[in-house]
Design a protein around this ligand. Structure first.
Ligand SMILES: Cc1cc2nc3c(=O)[nH]c(=O)nc-3n(C[C@H](O)[C@H](O)[C@H](O)COP(=O)(O)O)c2cc1C
Ligand SMILES: CCCCCCC(=O)C(=O)O
Length: 360
């Protein structure tokens, strides 16, 4: 099969993954309006390309929270990578390190944080946290991640309860018995693990902004909050001292009919006024989507499902293929859009001048 663009990997994953795994990866909440809107919204943005600008040398490296990355794409946290490939998150970590990008490992990884770290020593990794009712379990996870060299703590704010994903309900989705959310095994030993193959009712829906102070007391890692969609919450995030914001609607898997993330990005970036870094995920499927997100103020974007499709295709190698295609497409879009200032062709000069919203 010739893999030319990310949807080729999607087609492959749909064809070859067991239906229950494919449905879980693809799921959106309710009618999937927001899931689909994440993609459509990119198509309403048009470029304002500039010509004759010497784009013979392009520098696509950038920095997030002080760490250099090869290009402004990272891997969003997604659960259960062994559903896509037997080595699971170990393969993800290796591919991310090979491409010199950031991988956010999920609380719901099917490999332990120790296994992930050992698979790709020295790679840039952040740890994504769901806060559990069992606070001691969450505290241990944060401290384990910090001790293992994870360089950021990503608090997911949009999942007090799981959204209603109809196909998962129809399929009675749960992890197969040989897969485990290994990071939680010790803390929830003896529980029945009946919800998705997770300890039931274990997430804490009473989490508030004040818990950011609790997290701050546990770790020196920068805290990045994931799931922000409004200027009001962006302002609160800054006020509570986070170092980064990921504009995200969880790939449209939580509240249906909220905004597409690329639309929400504009409002969040305006509210933040450069005080913290802003990233975005949801619906990024082409290099030109990356360019649009950067033009609208994101420092970096993160991909969720496309990483799983790459893993499903060929593990670490397949994920690297996905990332390489995205990297090449991003570089090409940047060159074809034309650099704005005459002296340097780097991501730092990407700005709002590059895009306009189409009336389509
Ligand atoms: C199968 C799947 C599992 C996910 N698991 C998590 C998770 O464990 N933690 C989390 O913060 N977000 C999770 N997300 C949301 C992603 O981090 C991200 O916000 C979303 O996938 C981005 O949209 P995209 O898939 O269109 O790129 C998950 C998304 C998918 C599709
Ligand atoms: C009970 C919550 C299950 C969530 C599993 C991981 C996740 O975030 C997802 O979107 O799926």
């Amino acid at each position: 099969m010739s893999m030319v663009c990310l949807s080729d990997f999607e087609d492959y994953a749909k064809k070859y993954l067991p239906k229950i795994a494919w449905d879980y990866f693809a799921a959106g909440a309710d009618d999937c309006t927001t899931r689909d809107e994440n993609i459509l919204a990119y198509k309403r943005i048009r470029f304002r390309p500039r010509m004759l600008r010497d784009v013979s040398v392009m520098d696509i490296r950038t920095k997030i929270l002080g760490s250099e990355i090869g290009f402004p794409v990272g891997i969003a946290p997604t659960g259960f990578h062994q559903l896509a490939w037997p080595d699971g998150e170990k393969s993800t970590a290796r591919a991310a390190r090979a491409m010199n990008i950031c991988y956010i490992a999920s609380t719901y990884s099917t490999c332990t944080l120790e296994e992930i770290s050992a698979a790709a020593p020295g790679g840039l990794r952040w740890f994504q946290l769901y806060i559990h009712r069992n606070r001691a379990a969450s505290q241990q996870l944060v401290q384990r991640a910090e001790a293992l060299g994870f360089q950021g703590l990503v608090l997911t704010a949009d999942l007090p309860y799981s959204g209603k994903r109809r196909d998962d309900v129809r399929n009675g989705f749960r992890l197969p018995p040989h897969m485990k959310v290994k990071n939680l095994e010790r803390a929830f030993e003896g529980d029945d693990w009946s919800e998705y193959g997770l300890p039931p009712n274990s997430l804490d829906p009473s989490v508030t902004w004040n818990d950011i102070y609790w997290l701050r007391s546990l770790t020196r890692l920068p805290i990045i909050i994931k799931g922000i969609l409004t200027k009001e919450d962006a302002e609160l995030a800054v006020k509570h001292g986070v170092q980064g914001i990921i504009v995200s609607n969880h790939g449209g898997r939580q509240l249906d009919e909220g905004p597409a993330t690329i639309d929400a990005l504009v409002e969040v970036v305006e509210a933040v006024r450069g005080r913290v870094e802003v990233y975005v995920d949801g619906g990024i499927r082409k290099g030109s989507d990356v360019l649009k997100a950067l033009a609208l103020g994101a420092k970096c974007v993160f991909i969720g499902r496309p990483a799983l499709w790459g893993l499903a295709y060929k593990g670490e190698e397949g994920l690297q293929d996905v990332l390489r295609i995205l990297q090449d497409e991003f570089r090409l879009s940047m060159a074809l859009a034309g650099k704005y200032f005459v002296c340097c062709a780097s991501v730092s000069e990407i700005g709002q001048h590059l895009v306009q919203f189409s009336r389509l």
